[in-house]
Design a protein around this ligand. Structure first.
Ligand code: ZN
Length: 257
């Protein structure tokens, strides 16, 4: 069974459609790691697609903010993100809002996938924490038991590999690597080796590569393949300008940050 793993779509419909058409015929189920909306110009269309296609989906911090849930003050977002949250809140249909509202805000186990946890941000703080460094990953490896955990939120593709203590050496280590697009990686696990894996962002990459990021996971072989695909960024940018979204959010898509 082959899974298409997407995250951080952020209402970028052009990017999402580009990913879905490139992936068509190559997957059996779709997992979405949250942040369907926020920043981008087509929240309703993106939520509707994920509603139809995703086997599982978890809640991201922007989804949470758009719902206006307690626990986050939208004033804590930077001014452009805040403006996008408020704009999105006004756009969202009742049906799509209801879909976002029922998304789990805790880590979940996808069906038919042994030993796998998925969450938006981190096992420790499922909606909020950024796993950007081996030290944050190290802390998180202590708060879940599964072999593999898939996260989004940072908008940067990543693989964090935890290696447990070996005989005569009682220090666990975490190593970080950035997967190369198109190159399969075996997500081998054991009692002494577990992984946290991030597919990057469909709709607003932040690793200085403007192309949409996504990945495939083969559930039987545990092979992970990072993918990148160029999409017509200017179409999304035109939609953002028409919607009156902040220029800074429009511009950053060209640079992938
Ligand atoms: Zn995000």
């Amino acid at each position: 069974m082959r899974i298409l793993v997407v995250s951080d779509i952020h209402a970028n419909l052009v990017a999402l459609e580009t990913v879905l058409s490139a992936a068509e015929g190559h997957y059996d189920a779709l997992w979405c790691l949250g942040d369907l909306v926020g920043y981008g110009p087509r929240p309703n269309e993106c939520v509707a697609l994920i509603r139809d296609l995703a086997e599982v989906c978890v809640m991201g911090n922007h989804d949470w903010a758009v719902l206006g849930r307690p626990g986050i003050n939208v004033e804590d977002f930077n001014p452009q993100a805040r403006q996008a949250v408020l704009w999105t809140r006004a756009q969202l249909s009742a049906e799509n809002r209801a879909f976002l509202d029922q998304l789990p805000d805790v880590p979940i186990h996808p069906p038919a996938a042994q030993g796998i946890l998925i969450t938006h941000a981190s096992p420790s703080e499922p909606v909020w924490e950024y796993i950007l460094s081996p030290s944050t990953a190290m802390f998180n490896f202590q708060v879940f038991d599964e072999e593999l955990c898939f996260v989004g939120h940072t908008h940067k593709p990543a693989i964090f590999r935890w290696r447990g203590p070996v005989d005569g050496d009682d220090t666990a280590t975490v190593e970080y690597r950035q997967p190369t697009p198109g190159v399969p990686v075996l997500l081998a696990t054991s009692a002494r080796q577990r992984l946290i894996v991030n597919p990057g962002s469909v709709g607003q990459p932040r690793d200085n590569d403007a192309r949409a990021a996504y990945a495939f996971l083969d559930l039987e072989t545990r092979v992970w393949q990072q993918e990148r695909i160029a999409y017509p960024i200017e179409l999304t940018q035109n939609q953002m300008r028409e919607a009156g979204l902040p220029k800074r959010l429009v511009d950053r898509l060209s640079f992938g940050w």
